[in-house]
Design a binder for this molecule. Sequence first.
Ligand code: AMP
Length: 196
Amino acid sequence: MANLEVRAICVFCGASTGSDPLYARAARELGTLMATQGITLVYGGGNAGIMGTIANAALKAGGEVIGVIPDYLVEREHGHREVTRLDIVDSMHERKRRMFDLSDGFLSLPGGVGTLEETFEVITWKQLGMHAKPIVILNTKGYWTKLDEMIEATIEHEFAAPPTRELYSLADTPKEALDRLRAMGTSAAPSSSARL
Ligand code: AMP
C-alpha cells in the first residue's frame, strides 16, 4: 500500500505539562519534526502545557500552526495569538469537527481527560466507519500503556472485536509516530456509509 500523503496532522495533548520533562521534550521534538517535514499542526489553540509547547516548537521551526478554540476557553486555555491561524469557534463540538476536517490523521500525546475524550472520539468514529484516517498514540515513557491494556481487555472480554486493535497504533518516539501515521494510511476503510 502506498504511503499516505500527510499534509496536516491534528495533535491531541494536555493543557498541562505533566510530571516529567520528557513529555514536553517529546512535544518539542514532534513540533520541530512536523515543521521541517512541511506538515501543518492542527491543535486546540492554547498556549499552555504540552499544547503550547508543541505549537511554539513548530512555529520556531517555521511550521504552519492552526489552532481551534471555543470562545469561552480563549482566556482559560491562553488562546495562542502567534499561531498562523486561530479559529475561534462556538462550542467543543465545533472545535472537534473543525480539527477533524482540517487533518489527514491524528496523533495523541500525553494528556488528561480532555485528551482521552478527543482520542476516543476519533477511534470510535473510525470503528463506526465514519472515517479511515490514521490514528497514532505517542506512548512517551509508557504513559498510554494502560490505555492500550484497557482496550486489550475489552477484546479479551468480548466487548470489542479483535480488529479494534487495528484502529490505532502506538509509537515510542516522535519520528516513529510520524512514520507510522504515514504507513497506516487509510488501511482501515470505512465499513459503512455512516456520516459524521
Ligand atoms: P486535557 O487533556 O484535559 O489537558 O485537555 C486537553 C484539551 O482537550 C484541552 O484543550 C481541553 O479544552 C480539551 N477538551 C476537553 N474536553 C473536551 C471535549 N469534550 N471536546 C473537545 N475538547 C475537549
